[in-house]
Design a protein around this ligand. Structure first.
Ligand code: CA
Length: 228
């Protein structure tokens, strides 16, 4: 039985073949593209289960490919994992803000590559999309309908913005969100949100949550993530 179908977009042949070899060994079915144009053509003709997308491509670059994929109804739902060079945090942020689901930094280990892809594919499974369901994670209980949070059974008083932020992150465990994405998610709450205030709110949240505060992880240079 063929595994999940991955479209790997990478202009450097060595890396492309390394990806193909390792993912096929892990049971994935891999199609490779060397350019953005080819990636768009292949994914429009037959959308894969996931697209692994190098951002630095000749011709149409990875950012424009990501934008085009997310705009096109046929491919908008296909998760995109970007490949970025080490130290290019701004590229990671830009990719996430264009709708990429996750990122991998080059050079990567084949094991990490396969694990990240599996994790992204797993997150797509429906079942935890009910926004009013009580969430339980690591000693934390979040009840959206009652606007109540408990840490190890102890009620925690949060502002509306803190609650919205926590609920947003906790609903998507393992996902990295940039500050701009977090701002979008808490917009409309009773707080003027800026990049800096996201950091302030996260710091406040962690303090109020005590031991459970560690569930909100800082991803340096990128943003925040709720522990998976
Ligand atoms: Ca490249």
């Amino acid at each position: 039985m063929a595994g999940p179908r991955i479209l790997a977009v990478e202009d450097e042949e060595d890396i492309r073949e390394l990806i193909r070899f390792n993912l096929e060994k892990e049971g994935f079915s891999v199609t490779a593209a060397a350019t953005g144009e080819e990636a768009l053509r292949l994914s429009a003709a037959d959308p894969p289960d996931l697209i692994l997308l190098d951002l630095m491509l000749p011709g149409i670059n990875g950012f424009d490919v990501c934008r085009a994929l997310k705009r096109e109804p046929r491919t908008a739902g296909v998760p995109v994992v970007t490949l970025t060079a080490k130290g290019e945090d701004a590229d990671i942020v830009a990719g996430l803000e264009l709708g990429a689901e996750d990122y991998i930094v080059k050079p990567f280990s084949p094991k990490v590559l396969a694990a990240r892809i599996r994790s992204v594919l797993r997150r797509r499974d429906p079942g935890m999309t009910d926004d009013s369901a009580v969430l339980n994670a690591g000693g934390l209980s979040i009840d959206p309908s009652r606007h109540e949070v408990r840490a190890d059974g102890r009620p925690v008083e949060l502002t509306r913005a803190e609650f919205t932020l926590l609920h947003f992150l906790a609903r998507h465990p393992g996902w990295v969100f940039t500050r701009a994405q977090i701002i979008d998610s808490v917009r409309g709450s009773d707080y003027a949100v800026t990049d800096r205030s996201v950091d302030v709110q996260v710091a406040g949240l962690r303090r109020k949550l005590g031991d459970s505060g560690g569930l909100i992880e800082t991803v340096h240079g990128v943003g925040y993530r709720f522990k998976e």
